[in-house]
Design a protein around this ligand. Sequence first.
Ligand code: NAP
Length: 239
Amino acid sequence: MDLKHTNAVITGAGKGIGKAIAVQLAKEGVNLGLVARTASDLEELRAELESAYHVKVYTVSADIARRDAAEQAVQSLIGRLGSLDILINNAGIAQFGTVAEMEPELWESIVQTNLMGTYYVTRAALPTMLAQASGSIISIASTAGERGFATGSAYCASKAAVLGFTEALMQEVRKSNIRVTALTPSTVNTELAANAGLKIGDEDRMMQPEDLADLVVAALKLPPRVFVKTAGLWTTNPQ
Ligand SMILES: NC(=O)c1ccc[n+]([C@@H]2O[C@H](COP(=O)([O-])OP(=O)(O)OC[C@H]3O[C@@H](n4cnc5c(N)ncnc54)[C@H](OP(=O)(O)O)[C@@H]3O)[C@@H](O)[C@H]2O)c1
């Protein structure tokens, strides 16, 4: 399936995995609506992609953990793009601490961003896709959503919930030709991983954001009659 001239919204596009997906989709000729809280990251990327790949790029600085902000961001980007073919739910945060020690406010903010943000953004995008009876929604979950680990209660719970949300949504909308996918990467070489202390040893041997972006493009290019339900991406030779 040719992606040229389709329209995509990507959350968390300012850096890391979201930025890599934005670059790969721009290379395919996809027009983009980018969301993150830091406006300067988005502005820099917009200028880079518009000049390198001659696609239209619109940006909104918004906190998707807030329902009104998430809805306004999605509606404004769909309005400017004219339609919506692809939604990438990527924005997410990770912090770790034991259940006994992590402050409830931090625990809540992780779930609010990773789960509620994904729900708010998806809900805002759905009417457009349902009306046109087509579209692809890809949510970046994590191996942390498949199995828990010590100090990961908030992050693991949020990502397990994203997997549950995504599968339920898939069952609701597949009859409307909307393809819903959850990806479960293990550690990816980004700021999030560095801040969590997950970058150890040789960075070149870690999974790179571009590797995940390649999988996203491959999934989107499948014929519209099929979709990837879930896919995990792991490193070949973990250190
Ligand atoms: N890196 C890994 O090892 C790994 C593994 C599995 C899954 N994942 C998942 O992959 C996704 C991307 O992770 P990453 O490693 O690329 O992280 P990253 O490098 O920290 O980038 C995260 C992006 O999301 C944005 N963001 C965060 N909170 C937001 C909010 N409330 N509203 C809007 N934008 C927000 C950030 O920008 P602002 O801060 O400017 O808003 C940034 O652009 C996350 O969902 C993460 O859980 C990561």
